[in-house]
Design a protein around this ligand. Sequence first.
Ligand SMILES: [Zn+2]
Length: 77
Amino acid sequence: MFDVQKSITAQKKYCQENEAPHFAPESGNCWSCHRNIYTPIEKTGWNGGTYTSGITVEKAGTELVTGCPHCNRSYCD
Ligand SMILES: [Zn+2]
């Protein structure tokens, strides 16, 4: 499930609960590729298959975001 606002809240909560540093951009907008990390983007893989990149609400609530899923820019350098 993709939801920008819910994902932002979920990631903030995850960081607070785990005392982890919050690397993700406040708005979810990647400063490198200008796409929202919590929005699905369909891509074509190396083998011609399609896949979707982006961080779901579930993932934002269970994993620390350290980089952009679309352009793979790291936020913790
Ligand atoms: Zn990006």
